[in-house]
Every structure is written in C-alpha cells, then in structure tokens.
Design a protein around this ligand. Sequence first.
Ligand code: GRF
Length: 207
Amino acid sequence: MKVAVLVSGNGSNLQALIEDGITVDAVVSNVPGARALERAEAAGIATAVFDAADYPSREARDTALADWLNSRGIALVVLAGYMHILADAFVQRFSGRILNVHPSLLPSFPGAHAVADALAHGVRWTGATVHVVTSELAAPDTGPIVLQEPVALRHDDTVESLHRRIQAAEHNLLPRAVRLFLEGRVALAPGTRRMIVDVPEDLSGEE
Ligand code: GRF
C-alpha cells in the first residue's frame, strides 16, 4: 500500500515515519520551501508542492492534489502537520484512508490552537491523537480515533514546552498507527464510530 504524507511546516512527524522505516512514497506540501520538503529530499522521497495561490480555489487545488496522488497509486494519505482543511471531495475520494495527527486528547481541543487551548483551560492532562479523517469542513478533528497518548501538564509549562512533550508522543504514535493501517490491523466496529485496534493495550479492557 503506497503512502503519501502531507505537510506544511517543520516535518518532525514525517521524520519520525522515515526513521521508523516506513516506506513513504511521496511528500506533498501546501507551503513552498517548507522544512519538511528538505527532510523528504534528504531521504530520497518524491516531493510536490500544491500551493493554493496557484489555483482558482482551494477545491480546485485539492482536486489536482487528489488526481496527482491517484496517478501515483497512493492508497494511504497521512496528514502530518498539514495545516489546510481538505475539501470534502478529497476526503470522499480517499474515504477511510486518511490519517491525521492532532496535538490534544480529542475530542478536547480540536482546531489549530490545541496546545494553547489546553494550557489556557488548565487541564491536568492533554496528549496526542491519531484519527481517521472524515469530513473536515463540517467538523474538523472528529473522525474515529486510532491511537491516543496522554501527556501531563506541568505548572510552569509554556506552549512551547508542552508542545515539545506532545510532539514526543506524536512521534511515538504516528508510526505505530501507520503500521497498524498498512498491516490491516484496524477496522471500524460495525455500526459504531469506534476503531477495533489490534494492539495489546487496547484489548486489556475487554472481557
Ligand atoms: C504537530 O504537533 C501536529 O499535531 C500539528 O502540527 C504539528 C506539526 O509538527 N497539527 P511537524 O511539522 O510534524 O514537526
């Protein structure tokens, strides 16, 4: 199953996938010159930029992006710090085959400011989530959850210090979640929004 990773910035999650030994077939950025593209090139991975400024609309850009991914035989799309909302038509074309990593314990703190929002709320725990992307426009960050890892807040945390610890959790979770997908070890429980995940810790609560 061919994998593409969509990025916008630094690309530390992409790096975690590469270092885990996952074969990444293409890396796509919406931001020209993103550090993540350099990481991909250093690893010998094909890259492309789909900049919304080059298209009449976001939808047109996302259609071109989906066509490009299809033409390369991509079956799994991983959003690793991709900061644009994907058009519904894109999500439908890759239905059930898009993963996203988010810096909170969803459903708490969806959106683009999850780390700052958790800090401002004063929660004792936040964390990282990998989930399947469903409709992003209607309800971002709400698709079925594959893996989560909690991170405790400290009284002297800043957004930066907290985000660093959350990113360590992300770098652990994302490669594991991608492998589970590639190995066919995750499935949606029929009639629910719960994922059946074939890892021991998820079975520990089962009878
Ligand atoms: C991650 O924390 C991710 O959860 C959020 O953006 C950040 C991207 O980091 N959506 P990187 O580009 O993978 O270093």
